[in-house]
Design a protein around this ligand. Structure first.
Ligand code: ATR
Length: 286
């Protein structure tokens, strides 16, 4: 660090297990940027002062994690239109009088899927889950033109809320037409589709509960051409094992984790991270 070092960081609570410093510092090192990255533990009643203080201290860019992805919005100078629809930001880019908020989770998953030759355009997508991550993924499906989106969840109200937010985006001409259906999780194996891409965005199967899976019916997996699990520990979930056994292309959440950080780095530093660095980061995180 010297007088010209750009300091970036992560705000959240807790922050001690984060991989963001490793990823951002590796990119900075490979790109020969004079940049450092620190985790900042922020208490709930100090979020506003943390954001204002970071700006006053010339902090160059921030990532935001649990539990502040939504709450932080009210302290921003500007917000990207997709992040606004998703209702959550995870990246703050410095502007003159404050920060502009973006959501790189959905873009990260999109780029991760593309790097594995999984393309949702014109396809049926079955999204399992309707929590915060699923909401960002549903908007990715709308932005990148899936044909039909089936949102499956136990709590139908949460799935309906996501559908409503996408329908609003279609009405506002942010998205082109997309058919969105709300499906009870127990009925997800009965969805009528010839070939679909499934994206598993519930917490079921996460370490240490590696023997759990959100849907076990074989007829669910028979319809899949690709199955993506946003979980990265374990690296192969039971969901992925079932899908692989049925012949689907599978992918875990490691690349999503890496790409959401890469997209954040690119936004904060107005640059493009090359494929060689991407591959190195995936190896490191794996
Ligand atoms: P995240 O921010 O990671 O998306 P979240 O917002 O807590 O986390 O969402 C967790 C998701 O996992 C939800 O879709 C939740 O379903 P409900 O909305 O019905 O609670 C889903 N989930 C968690 N445990 C589940 C279980 N045992 N069976 C089915 N779905 C489950």
């Amino acid at each position: 660090m010297d007088g010209k070092t750009k300091l970036c960081g992560l705000i959240g609570n807790p922050v001690e297990h984060t991989k963001s410093p490793l990823i951002h510092k590796t990119i900075a090192n490979r790109m020969e940027h004079n940049l450092d990255y620190a985790p900042f533990l922020v208490q709930e009643d100090e979020l506003e002062i943390a954001i204002k203080g970071a700006h006053a201290l010339n902090v160059w860019g921030l990532n935001v994690t649990v539990p502040y992805k939504s709450e932080v919005i009210k302290y921003l100078r500007e917000i990207d239109s997709y992040a606004k629809r998703i209702g959550a930001v995870n990246t703050l880019v410095r502007m003159e009088n404050g920060y502009k908020g973006y959501n790189t989770d959905y873009e990260g998953l999109y780029r991760a899927m593309r790097s594995e030759d999984i393309d949702i355009q014109g396809k049926d997508v079955i999204l399992l889950g309707a929590g915060g991550s699923a909401r960002a993924i549903a908007h990715m499906c709308a932005k990148y033109k899936a044909k039909r989106l089936f949102i499956c969840n136990r709590n139908l109200h949460k799935a309906q809320e996501i559908k409503d937010s996408i329908d609003d985006g279609v009405r506002d001409n942010e998205y082109s037409e997309i058919e969105v259906y709300v499906v009870s999780m127990k009925d997800c194996a009965d969805i009528s589709t010839e070939k679909a891409i499934a994206i598993q965005a519930t917490s079921v199967g996460l370490y240490p509960n590696v023997d759990e899976v959100v849907v076990s019916a074989p007829q669910f997996y028979e319809k899949l051409e690709a199955a993506v699990d946003i979980i990265y520990a374990p690296s192969e979930t039971l969901f992925m094992k079932h899908a692989k056994a049925a012949g689907a292309n599978t992918m875990n959440g490691i690349k999503m984790l890496v790409f959401q950080a890469i997209v954040a780095y690119e936004l904060i530093n107005q640059c493009s991270v090359n494929e060689e660095i991407v591959q190195e980061l995936v190896r490191i995180i794996e």
